[in-house]
Design a protein around this ligand. Sequence first.
Ligand SMILES: Nc1ncnc2c1ncn2[C@@H]1O[C@H](COP(=O)(O)OP(=O)(O)O)[C@@H](O)[C@H]1O
Ligand SMILES: [Mg+2]
Length: 270
Amino acid sequence: MFNSILNSMTFSQTTPEALSPGNRAADSDSRSTAPSQIAVYQARAITKVYHMGEVDVHALRGVDLDLFEGEFVVLLGPSGSGKSTLLNILGGLDVPSSGTVNYRGRDLTRDNDNLLTGYRRQHVGFVFQFYNLIPSLTARENVALVTEIATNPMRPEEALAMVGMQHRLDHFPAQLSGGEQQRVAIARAISKRPDVLLCDEPTGALDIQTGILVLEAIARVNQDLGTTTAVITHNAAISEMADRVVSVADGRIGNVRVNTIKRPPQELQW
Ligand SMILES: Nc1ncnc2c1ncn2[C@@H]1O[C@H](COP(=O)(O)OP(=O)(O)O)[C@@H](O)[C@H]1O
Ligand SMILES: [Mg+2]
């Protein structure tokens, strides 16, 4: 019952009683707090067409997607299926060709560039496959770049401790491993206490062991701060740590699955 409701909820409205905390709590023992059913995003009929000279590339062909407060969602799909395009639209880095993106009652597709910049700065933390740290700044300074302009930031040391990097505060990126650099990038993304954390293939450049440490850091942020989290991957193993797995194929949402058991990152194998 619950699964079928959640499977259909990207396409239709759900009834409040069907998604009551009682029903929700029954579906997993592996987390201490069940995510709420307050929609953070409601994307409707999103399309994205890139015009490449004579050719139109249909990156998204009509996507309906809700993301709920506090949940951990994996967007799973093969390369080229439209995952990054979708995440970039949710994060206000890109705009759809048609459709609407409602973020907490605000239609992002009506916002101009300035408003979208403000939205990103205030509400969204991004993590990308490549860490994009500034080479001439230490870990602490890379995070401080964000905390200095945020409204209610953590201290950089606090953000770095959340991702297990408290012992590398004064290291430069070149003195850190790939996984450590990615954890600094996560600390930078979460230091402003964003409402949502959007991660595009965060372990794509990492080996398994290192990737697991990075996923643990993301899971901790989701759990401890309650940050609504979406992680893009083409790796099905990673989907086992999610509350919900949204499959993306050929610019469309396919199957949506609720994990009855969430696996901790250490138990993932790929
Ligand atoms: N800026 C762009 N210009 C033209 N085509 C693009 C652009 N970004 C993505 N695409 C195309 O849109 C499709 C979806 O891309 P993307 O969202 O990056 O997929 P994924 O993240 O799932 O690999 C692909 O065919 C890709 O080549
Ligand atoms: Mg991508």
